[in-house]
Design a binder for this molecule. Structure first.
Ligand SMILES: Cc1cc2nc3c(=O)[nH]c(=O)nc-3n(C[C@H](O)[C@H](O)[C@H](O)COP(=O)(O)OP(=O)(O)OC[C@H]3O[C@@H](n4cnc5c(N)ncnc54)[C@H](O)[C@@H]3O)c2cc1C
Length: 367
């Protein structure tokens, strides 16, 4: 039933808008509203706070399904999970009751604010500071590439206190929360990547003081499965076009796919995507069971495999289409640009390799 609902949404609302969203890089409020009306954002929130529990697998498969038409639109849903992660894992009952129902019905857009100009991969090097101010806190520093920052309503912001790294909650319009410019990016266009300036920003603590790094990491496991879902959908979208072309385009007297050079290329690419998808499904099961270290390793393996498979699949899809692959008449070049972003956000390829190689050093093979 969920897949059918999403199928109709993709066909009637998302697919017709995908190229224009990419071209104009304008945030698709109409698509956000349609996704909210279909109840999709509720799947990122626990039932007790206005959400609907469809399970992680159905949620991520929904993200994958949307990404086959538009990765930017898939990220509207994917990023919603990132944005609420800290509240779900560490917020007080009062904070959850106040914020989460608005996320669930789509009336508030959440943002995950960790990266800074001087701290990306090395998130623990962040320099934004937080000092107590009565019952609230005051945050000072800058954040960069914050998805949906310029359209966001609820901001989970990581900052340094005397106890270590902590997570804070601020709402749009909070004193000292200044929204800067959106980057003009290669891929995921239409999804704002925003600079935020915190000039004594008034915010409240989420969880306990000093527990922020744990909350960020718990959020990042699921965030990586979301990005992997986007990557798999993007690969599927690109390969669908590549296969259509390879089956119908004739060169040297036969369809392209009968030329072994291209047929075997497609066979290898599809093998890589299918294998990556299997790893992703294993990681989803592991995270659904527990947020332990073993699950984190599976998420790193899945993100690494899916994002690399999507990069290869979209690169080869452009190749299979020849000149047509470079034009905007078909969305393959968009899938190719979007795929590159997945190797960077929510932990780059090298950071996944770092997580995996440290595990290999300490504990050996993860399977
Ligand atoms: C579209 C988009 C959306 C984003 N959304 C968000 C968001 O909502 N919230 C948020 O907090 N952040 C967000 N980010 C930020 C993203 O998570 C960071 O860009 C990413 O973590 C990399 O950080 P960096 O850009 O500072 O690169 P750097 O950390 O400076 O890395 C540069 C290069 O060095 C490599 N490198 C770094 N350390 C090592 C190492 N130890 N070993 C080997 N290689 C290394 C990296 O892999 C990379 O190739 C987003 C980014 C993008 C592009």
């Amino acid at each position: 039933m969920i897949a059918e609902t999403v199928d109709a949404l993709v066909r009637d609302v998302i697919a017709p808008r995908a190229a224009e969203i990419d071209r104009t890089a304008a945030f698709p409020r109409d698509v956000y509203a349609a996704m909210a009306a279909a109840g999709l954002f509720a799947a990122t929130v626990p039932e007790s706070y206005g959400g609907v529990d469809i399970g992680l697998r159905a949620l991520f498969e929904t993200v994958e399904q949307i990404a086959a038409a538009s990765a930017s639109c898939a990220m509207l849903l994917g990023n919603c999970g990132d944005g609420v992660g800290a509240l779900v894992h560490g917020g007080s009952d009062e904070q959850r009751a106040r914020v989460l129902p608005r996320i669930a019905d789509g009336s508030a857009i959440p943002c995950f604010c960790l990266t800074e100009p001087g701290a990306g991969s090395d998130a623990a090097a962040l320099t934004t500071t937080a000092v107590p101010d009565g019952r609230a806190w005051r945050l000072t520093g800058s954040k960069l590439y914050i998805t949906n920052g310029s359209v966001g309503d609820v901001f989970c912001i990581w900052a340094r206190t005397e106890a270590g790294i902590s997570c804070f909650l601020a709402e749009r319009g909070a004193e000292g929360l200044l929204v800067g410019r959106d980057e003009d990016l290669l891929g995921l266009r239409g999804l704002p990547a925003t600079e935020l300036h915190l000039d004594g920003c008034r915010a409240e603590l989420v969880g306990s003081d000093g527990d922020g790094f744990r909350l960020a990491m718990a959020t990042l496991d699921e965030a990586r499965l979301n990005i992997a879902a986007c990557a798999l959908g993007t690969a599927r979208g690109a390969l669908t076009h590549a296969l259509d072309h390879a089956r119908t385009r004739v060169a040297f007297g036969q369809p392209l796919i009968r030329h072994q050079g291209l047929g075997f290329l497609l066979a290898d690419v599809v093998t890589e995507v299918a294998a990556a998808r299997a790893l992703w499904l294993q990681a989803i099961d592991a995270v659904a069971e527990s947020h332990d270290r073993a699950a984190s390793i599976r998420c790193a393996l899945a993100k690494n495999a899916c994002c690399n498979a999507a990069m290869r699949a979209t690169t080869e899809a452009v190749q299979v289409l020849g000149g047509a692959g470079l034009t905007r008449d078909v969305p393959v070049e968009r899938f190719f640009r979007d795929a590159k972003t997945f190797q960077i956000l929510d932990g780059t390829t090298q950071i996944q390799q770092l997580i995996i190689s440290r595990h290999l050093e300490r504990q050996g093979l993860p399977f």
